[in-house]
Design a protein around this ligand. Structure first.
Ligand SMILES: [Zn+2]
Ligand SMILES: [Zn+2]
Length: 346
């Protein structure tokens, strides 16, 4: 590990760095690896028996990766409930594909800048990097839009579209942009778009301020928001798989929480260390106080996105339990080839 990786490892795991047994992709011999070293400098980890690299190279694609391989359990369970609503998903998919998707395309084409070979090819190249590492063959159209808010969004089922807001590109470096685009690709790959759109539509309906409409839409809206927050945790995992850069993923959350600060200089530059400490303190408070837990629930119930510190802790837990490294070592659920039976979800 170089000096900056070493500093990040000490920051994240100051005591008893976790380790994991990883079977070699080539000879199947199990190797015990230190999780900080393997996550931050995966290419230095080689099999003790055959000498081959234990993990995929930084740009090697995760061929055939199934979204189930990185889906957060909270996301999977909430989605199961939503999918069980009779007739609802089929109707929604039809509306989305035939009305909403077309409208979003028109919005993107008319009010934002379409990126491609001739226009901002650098952004397309970053998207390609994220998507090929994730083993995703679908290539969504990508647009650049104007907004003082740092944001990126994905719409569409048949012909997906990603819109990235300029403020985001102003504050993030290339690695962080790849992490964001991989997060968006994760939403597409895990089939989140349908219900995310529904949550947005219900938000608009809710803002009509009609007591009758709100009374009918509120329970569904809260259920969709709860799922949407869990879906973000799945997409955050895709962000790490597509960027293969934990520092970049954590920095994105720090910068999103700190807000857009044009003209950022050394005085206003944010540091990752104290922010990680802040996230850990919050996690301890929530774990030790039922009241804090309840307050957190009340604070988040009307939000479509979870708080930044919560996202950081969930991502680190996934890294610490070794699941990220298992995927990087080639041990992951794959989508069945055409004609193969679809495995039933566990
Ligand atoms: Zn080996
Ligand atoms: Zn998201």
């Amino acid at each position: 590990m170089d000096e900056s990786q070493q500093r990040l490892a000490e920051l994240l795991w100051p005591r008893n760095p976790p380790s994991r047994l990883i079977p070699c992709r080539h000879c199947r011999k199990k190797n015990r690896v230190s999780i900080p070293t393997a996550v931050l400098d995966s290419q230095s980890c080689r099999c003790g028996a055959c000498g081959e690299a234990l993990f995929l190279g930084r740009d090697e694609p995760l061929d055939g990766l199934a979204s189930a391989a990185y889906e957060h359990a909270l996301d999977r369970n909430s989605l199961k409930t939503l999918r069980s609503l009779p007739g609802f998903p089929a109707l929604l998919r039809w509306i989305l594909a035939n009305v909403n998707e077309r409208m979003f395309h028109l919005y993107a084409m008319s009010s934002t800048v379409a990126c491609g070979d001739q226009q901002f090819p650098e952004l397309v190249a970053l998207l390609d990097l994220a998507r090929t590492r994730l083993g995703i063959t679908v290539r969504p159209a990508i647009f650049l839009g104007e907004s003082p808010f740092m944001n990126a969004m994905t719409m569409g089922v048949k012909d997906p579209v990603i819109v990235v807001k300029a403020a985001l590109l102003d504050q993030m470096d290339d690695q962080e942009v790849v992490a964001i685009l991989a997060h968006e690709m994760g939403h597409l790959h895990a089939d989140h778009i349908l219900y995310q759109t529904m949550a947005r539509l219900l938000f608009v309906i809710g803002s009509l301020r009609s007591a009758v409409v709100s009374a009918f839409s509120m329970p569904l809206q809260l259920a969709l928001y709860k799922w949407a927050r869990c879906a973000e945790l799945t997409a955050d995992r895709a962000s790490l798989l597509g960027s293969r850069d934990l520092r970049a993923c954590l920095q994105v959350h720090l910068k999103l929480a700190g807000g857009f600060r044009p003209g950022t200089n050394s005085r206003t530059r944010l540091k990752l260390g104290p922010f990680i400490e802040q996230a850990r303190k919050l996690e301890n408070a929530e774990n030790s106080s039922r009241l804090d837990n309840l307050f957190m629930m009340l604070l988040t119930m009307n939000r479509s996105h979870p708080f930044a510190t919560w996202r950081i802790m969930h991502l680190l837990q996934w890294v610490e339990n070794g699941s990220f490294l298992d995927i990087l070592a080639g041990n992951y659920a794959r989508t069945p080839a055409p004609g193969e039976p679809v495995p039933s979800p566990s």
